[in-house]
Design a protein around this ligand. Structure first.
Ligand SMILES: Nc1ccn([C@@H]2O[C@H](COP(=O)(O)O)[C@@H](O)[C@H]2O)c(=O)n1
Ligand SMILES: [Zn+2]
Ligand SMILES: [Zn+2]
Length: 581
């Protein structure tokens, strides 16, 4: 990390108002513990955050208040720090675990790959002991038993200062893409299970001042699983505050479920620390505050009343920052592959109007076309038809995770833009009139969320109605671009007042199309992650011609030897080495 991490912004910061019980939330960090090198707004690292938590706790205790720390999962996939080890997360988990959390749980990114789940279960779960909980995710242990993915399905504890009794639960959304060690019981099912209802019954008869649900699911009103859960929890705890913490959709959000129930979600990628304070838990009118703190030293110092970094930093925080630098050197994260001539934006540039700054158009025109077929496995059928056919290479935009910034494009940027080790498959000899329909069919359909289920949602639905409303914030001209959140409490949640970032619609899938003659049959190459979805679209495109559909599916095969070197992150690196020197 360069020493220029302390940003001097002119913006006025909104203050946090400390209550009886206070929370700091992280979620969907995806391994970004080094901070954002290209964005000063999010340039603090995990060591700085550790100092912040310690300083803020001191402040809360001075005011006779509690501070609890929660993390809602998705700590892997999305940054070189996490994804350049095997299994991914070896170093990033070590750094993450330097911080004590009061309640912590898993997200779907701890569950895709078996080795990642094993690392998580064998190192992170024991590190946090009773604080690591999961109510609806189970892990198949080496004895062949399903056990909670965590120490238990709940945590019951008493806070240090006010001595509140907290009953904590944790839920993952209905995720079906887990590896063979993982079993997820959807919320809709678990709320009917005797064992779960008995647990609620048991604790409804104990002293509970607060129910805390630390989950990996969005908090927006239209996410029905939360509503289903809330109705059941309210039956058992009719007059107790139920506080939800969510994640997964990578946005800042706060929703009000009823007069004693609220939900906070704190963004992604170490851009945001969520703050929540609650007071007068036993009254009908709860006093509360929520803030989305920008992940930078200026915000951290401001909220802890420090005027110098030297005064603010703790020994522990500095040690963790140093460890991050060492790991970054060891992994060679700043090894450069070229210099990007300008920035490319994922949602900040308009894909539909062919904006040259659109990252997705850049991928279609220059990156996907770099893919080479290569047959290595003995048991793999050669792709006989490819030589003379046209070719489409199709990916889900969810596999592209972040903007690509002007300047140095290095080993870390490669994983930041696209970390997944997905494999390529091919449908051969698809008639051109059928092939051209695949992308539009998928883009008319719902957002692709999962590899092996039809469980999909509309991207616009990831925003609460308040977030979807036009944001008519402030006199925006003099401000910097940044997050501008509108939630159930209004538009004063962001600690830093920004001008809204441009945000364009992102399609579900993008594709390259290489052809000599548009009538030629097409080989459709796509990530195995979206196989089910592509086959569903193919079926639609074939219409009544079932024979055609079945003969195409019968020939479905891998496209190349599927090693990491061929994923889109690697293709991007290949392009940078060739064109950005
Ligand atoms: N192998 C994979 C795994 C995931 N994705 C994409 O990630 C999305 C989920 O990410 P969250 O941080 O929101 O949980 C998923 O919907 C896919 O788009 C992928 O492309 N390949
Ligand atoms: Zn995530
Ligand atoms: Zn997630």
């Amino acid at each position: 990390q360069p020493k220029t991490r302390f940003p001097h912004f002119d913006e006025t910061l909104r203050d946090l108002s400390i209550g009886d019980i206070n929370f700091l939330q992280t979620t969907d960090t995806h391994g970004w513990y080094l901070g954002h090198i290209n964005q000063r707004q999010y340039s603090a690292d995990w060591g700085d955050f550790i100092s912040f938590v310690d300083r803020f706790r001191e402040q809360c205790h001075e005011q006779d208040s509690d501070l609890l720390l929660v993390d809602c999962g998705d700590r892997h996939d999305g940054n070189g720090l996490s994804d350049l080890t095997s299994p991914n997360g070896v170093y990033s988990s070590e750094v993450f675990m330097e911080l004590d959390f009061d309640v912590i749980t898993v997200g779907n990114h701890e569950l895709y790959v078996k080795e990642v789940s094993e690392l998580e279960y064998n190192t992170v779960v024991p590190r946090y002991g009773e604080k690591f909980i999961s109510t609806n995710v189970e892990y198949l242990n080496d004895n062949g038993e399903y056990v909670p993915f965590g120490n238990s399905t709940y945590r019951y504890f008493t806070t240090d200062v006010k001595k509140y009794n907290v009953f904590a639960l944790s839920f993952l959304f209905d995720f079906t893409g887990g590896n063979e060690r993982i079993r997820v019981t959807p919320i809709a099912e678990i709320v009917k299970q005797k064992q779960f209802l008995e647990l609620l019954e048991e604790f409804s008869n104990k002293p509970v001042d607060l129910v805390a649900v630390v989950g990996h699911l969005p908090v927006s009103h239209d996410w029905l699983e939360t509503e289903v859960l809330h109705q059941v929890l309210r039956r058992y705890f009719p007059n107790i505050v139920i506080q939800y913490f969510g994640g997964h959709s990578h946005i800042r959000d706060f929703t009000i479920l009823d007069n004693k129930s609220f939900a906070l979600q704190s963004g992604r990628y170490c851009e945001t620390v969520g703050f929540l304070s609650l007071s007068q838990l036993d009254q009908d009118n709860i006093d509360l505050d929520r803030k989305y703190i920008d992940f930078n030293l200026q915000s951290f110092l401001h909220h802890t009343n420090y005027s110098t970094v030297d005064g603010f930093n703790t020994k522990h925080g500095l040690q963790v920052s140093q460890r991050l630098t060492d790991i970054s050197n060891e992994l060679n994260l700043s090894e450069t592959f070229g210099v990007a001539p300008h920035s490319y934006f994922l949602a900040g540039a308009d894909y539909n109007s062919n904006d040259p700054n659109s990252l997705l158009r850049f991928f279609e025109n220059h990156i996907l076309t770099q893919l080479e077929p290569k047959i290595c496995h003995e048991n793999m059928d050669p792709v006989v038809s490819s030589q003379n056919n046209s070719r489409m290479v199709l990916i889900n935009t969810g596999s592209i995770r972040y903007d690509l910034y002007k300047g140095d494009f290095n080993r870390n940027s490669q994983f930041i833009v696209s970390p997944f080790k997905n494999k390529w498959k091919v449908l051969q000899n698809v008639p051109a009139d059928v092939a051209v329909q695949i992308q539009p069919i998928l883009n008319r359909g719902p957002y692709i969320m999962s590899a092996n289920s039809a469980n999909q949602l509309d991207t616009s639905q990831l925003l609460s109605p308040y977030q979807r409303a036009v944001n008519s914030q402030m006199n925006a001209n003099r401000l910097r671009y940044g997050q501008t959140t509108v939630d159930d409490l209004g538009n004063d949640g962001d600690d830093t007042i920004h001008k809204p970032l441009p945000k364009f619609q992102v399609p579900n899938v993008i594709r390259s199309y290489e052809y000599v003659d548009k009538l030629q049959p097409v080989d459709i190459v796509f990530y195995d992650f979206i196989e089910r979805h592509v086959l569903w679209a193919l079926q639609q495109a074939c219409g009544d011609d079932r024979l055609l559909y079945h003969s195409l599916v019968q020939q479905l095969t891998f496209y190349n030897d599927c090693e990491l070197e061929f994923n889109v992150g690697e293709l991007l690196k290949k392009y940078a080495l060739k064109n950005w020197q």
